[in-house]
Design a protein around this ligand. Sequence first.
Ligand SMILES: Nc1ncnc2c1ncn2[C@@H]1O[C@H](COP(=O)(O)OP(=O)(O)OP(=O)(O)O)[C@@H](O)[C@H]1O
Length: 267
Amino acid sequence: MAELQDGTETARTVVRTRGLVKRFGTTTAVAGVDLDIRAGELVVLLGLSGSGKSTLLRCLNGLHPVSEGEVVVHDVAVHECRPAQLRRLRTDVGFVFQQFNLMGRLTCLENVLIGALGRVRGPRYGLLTWPARLKREALGHLDRVGLADQAYQRADTLSGGQQQRVALARTLMQGPRLVLADEPVASLDPENSDAVMDLLRRVCREDRLTVLCSLHQVELALGWGDRLVGLRAGRKVLDRPAADVSRAEVMDVYRRLEPAADEVAVA
Ligand SMILES: Nc1ncnc2c1ncn2[C@@H]1O[C@H](COP(=O)(O)OP(=O)(O)OP(=O)(O)O)[C@@H](O)[C@H]1O
């Protein structure tokens, strides 16, 4: 938190992009986005398929090098980072994927411990090779996501919702200050989607984590986001507190692009 001259506190900016452009060949996926995200916010990224949500998320932790513009995360200029600096930055930035990316044949506990690989030297083969304090910590994270009883069960025997909660526990184990979640509930039913969003919201509040999460479901976005950011064809078309946004305004983000005049078919 930064302190203002009058003594009040203002949340510090965790993510700042200016004129962010990402091109893939002739496709412009992100077309000049300015974005500021403050510590402790849960920001939801909305937009049609192909509007640039995943690309924007991946530019924030350097998974995609930017084509133009600036990306600053935790005061690190990501657009100028060398590979070693990017690796360091990523220990501070968790990434949650739609498909969980768990190691199915490993237990839930081992999967969570993978989040601590950056904190130990050398590879680990099996539970016995992990320090007891890290195992206790991992069990604590599993408990927090409601899966302590499944700690020694193979991850691929869990339901999709449970697997995503294990993936969240693994992210928490990493100890990040920023979590980027790319459609974390896209393959879950409504009940499990709510459970995962509730968890994201809780870690955001309790640990003062900052979360940027892309979603397709308008109701979830309105229900769980502090702020909604809408993308259309790579441009930011909405950026407001969720409490001030109507459903109709969110639906407008999903409006199909009008075809250009010269593309309109003539009979
Ligand atoms: N690695 C890539 N190579 C080439 N084009 C890409 C690549 N990644 C994304 N694109 C293109 O960039 C545009 C934005 O894609 P992106 O995946 O960011 O959209 P999205 O909003 O996340 O879509 P979805 O909701 O379907 O995941 C699309 O036109 C896509 O085809």
